[in-house]
Design a protein around this ligand. Sequence first.
Ligand SMILES: *[C@@H]1O[C@H](CO)[C@@H](O)[C@H](O)[C@H]1NC(C)=O
Ligand SMILES: *[C@@H]1O[C@H](CO)[C@@H](O)[C@H](O)[C@H]1NC(C)=O
Ligand SMILES: *[C@@H]1O[C@H](CO)[C@@H](O)[C@H](O)[C@H]1NC(C)=O
Ligand SMILES: *[C@@H]1O[C@H](CO)[C@@H](O)[C@H](O)[C@H]1NC(C)=O
Ligand SMILES: *[C@@H]1O[C@H](CO)[C@@H](O)[C@H](O)[C@H]1NC(C)=O
Ligand SMILES: *[C@@H]1O[C@H](CO)[C@@H](O)[C@H](O)[C@H]1NC(C)=O
Ligand SMILES: *[C@@H]1O[C@H](CO)[C@@H](O)[C@H](O)[C@H]1NC(C)=O
Ligand SMILES: [Zn+2]
Length: 595
Amino acid sequence: MAVLSLFRALHLLVVVFAIIAVAAPTPILVRINDDPSPNDPAVQEHLRKQAELIETERHRGQDWEFRATLSPIAQQAEEIVAAIRQYEINHFWRKAGGYGLEENERFAGMMFAKAKPLIPSTKLWDIVSRMPKGSLLHAHPSALLGFERVFNIILETEGMVITSSQDVSTEVSAQNASISFAHVNNITAVAQQVNASIHSPEYIPGTLVPVTLAADAFPGGREGFINFLMSKVTVSPEEAVRHDLGVDAIWRDFQKCFDPAGSALTYEPVMRKFYQYLFEGFVDDGISWAEFRSGGSAKLVPEGQETANPDLEFWIRVMLDELQKFQKTEKGSKFWGIKLIWSDARSLDRPTIIDHMKKAIERKQHFPDIFGGYDLVAQEDLGRPLSDLAPELIWFQNETAALNLTMPFFFHAGETLGDGNSTDDNLFDAVLLGTRRIGHGFSLYKHPLLMDMINEKKIMIEVCPISNEVLRLNTDIMHHPMPAMVSHGVAVAISNDDPAILGQDGPGLSYDFYETIQGFDDVGLGGLGAFAHNSIRWSNFEDQNQDDWVRDINLGATGTGIKAKRLQEWQTQWEAYCQWIVDEYSDWNATIGIQ
Ligand SMILES: *[C@@H]1O[C@H](CO)[C@@H](O)[C@H](O)[C@H]1NC(C)=O
Ligand SMILES: *[C@@H]1O[C@H](CO)[C@@H](O)[C@H](O)[C@H]1NC(C)=O
Ligand SMILES: *[C@@H]1O[C@H](CO)[C@@H](O)[C@H](O)[C@H]1NC(C)=O
Ligand SMILES: *[C@@H]1O[C@H](CO)[C@@H](O)[C@H](O)[C@H]1NC(C)=O
Ligand SMILES: *[C@@H]1O[C@H](CO)[C@@H](O)[C@H](O)[C@H]1NC(C)=O
Ligand SMILES: *[C@@H]1O[C@H](CO)[C@@H](O)[C@H](O)[C@H]1NC(C)=O
Ligand SMILES: *[C@@H]1O[C@H](CO)[C@@H](O)[C@H](O)[C@H]1NC(C)=O
Ligand SMILES: [Zn+2]
């Protein structure tokens, strides 16, 4: 009660003062002829200081050095691209939907799954797809080549069969069924035993069906069949935008894709074609070098056989054979090659990981130029944290050091929304264990001390913007922390992670590059160039001890080794590309009819 009456008394007092204030005559303090003016020296001084401050801060950005040394042609190209980007933001992307037509709403930076069908009709896409992109440093090979291509290869390959854990006659059963592929030698015999294909309610679970038979009998024919298969190995655009369902849900869907995807890639002739299209896809997209996170225990069924070759090195020889064949072609002569980062599932128990690490060491001894590092994969939030894996990891370091083998770490870390839980803390382990790059590092921007250490130790972050979005860390490109990292001086390069599953469809980097330049005002062509340049600076071209590795990163194109040579080669491609932009687009205003 006492409090209430005190409040009322105060209220009354305020009202009284207000009345007095209104009643009292106010002296006129404004002088004549003193309107706010943009030409006022104080205003000019403020604007000058603001521009200066922005410029000073830019110097801290990791991309600053590259951008400050752009050639005159590159600067011209950057201006043209900036104008085209802005034009498309205003005239292509900004479109209101309206009541009942919300799905028609368009805006720059909208969710990738919704933007994707529109992107290829932009000029910015045209420009980005031609860019020389340097190296693809973070990718999982079975999720790289678009699956429509893979399934068409399977349909064209003699003897391929499909089997399903249940018939797929209803929507629910089609969603629930596990499918897999195999090769048989006598396809006629298999075909004779089939009386109901997988789409029929009479299908007996587990029965082998020739893929061509299954495809032709499928409702909607081959197209219907491929659409069904696609649903088993891709995250659909509808699922991709369901951020309300959270990270664990999308990871369950995502992880489910790998079994059918893996089984589609177990027959040698299919794999050979897979690599041919993959390597061509890289060069077509301006990628010159690729490093794969790859489980080394894949087994392959040799051509004309039904069971896998137990030799763990068979698939490596097949891959290298295709690589060498490709590099002998005109297109392939531009491709520098590939490296494998041996990767184990982070959920495995200690004895199994140690067993796999021993296999990794053997493979490194047999293929010293192909295996270049070690990592752990699959959902970081639910897997064992690096601190729990420390005994295995430190054992591995000891063992490789004793054998004089260079197998540094390239850890996935901080691929999480957490801050201060064990997933986020993986970043600390990664830095302390001497990782040379970090996959994702999505939560890194919350750690100023770690960012300082990462800059000092020359660790680079492999940023995968579309993967992070579809796996529900950022709702869209605008909510990605990449600009925070870059402006703190952290080196980043752009990667695509699992493009065949997550929606980019092909092995190229163009969609991830497009999202980056389109989404962020401060990236620009020069920023994209800086990230491509970083991808080569941090490529693992050859075995090097830590000192030599850091030395070559620091020297960049002025060094004497293989890295410097490739940076110089890229620089030549980059200048030619900038010249192409200038030639092609300097009068773009005229072509779209504006002055
Ligand atoms: C889904 O698949 C599992 C495993 O094959 C099976 O046990 C279950 O009965 C299936 N559920 C439905 C609704 O088909
Ligand atoms: C394949 O199977 C069919 C039907 O069982 C049989 O007639 C044919 O001889 C077999 N072919 C071979 C090469 O074994
Ligand atoms: C499939 O055909 C075999 C004989 O070829 C027959 O014994 C069997 O009953 C048939 N199964 C179905 C489900 O029609
Ligand atoms: C690694 O080697 C050091 C000495 O070189 C030894 O003290 C340590 O116990 C070893 N750790 C493991 C996990 O093997
Ligand atoms: C270790 O390997 C490197 C090449 O990777 C070689 O130059 C060096 O001589 C080797 N050192 C020993 C002690 O074998
Ligand atoms: C860390 O936090 C994020 C955000 O809440 C969560 O998604 C993730 O599962 C957490 N990780 C662990 C190991 O609890
Ligand atoms: C194109 O038009 C924009 C907007 O009118 C203008 O700012 C820009 O300078 C023009 N660029 C070229 C290359 O003509
Ligand atoms: Zn990954």
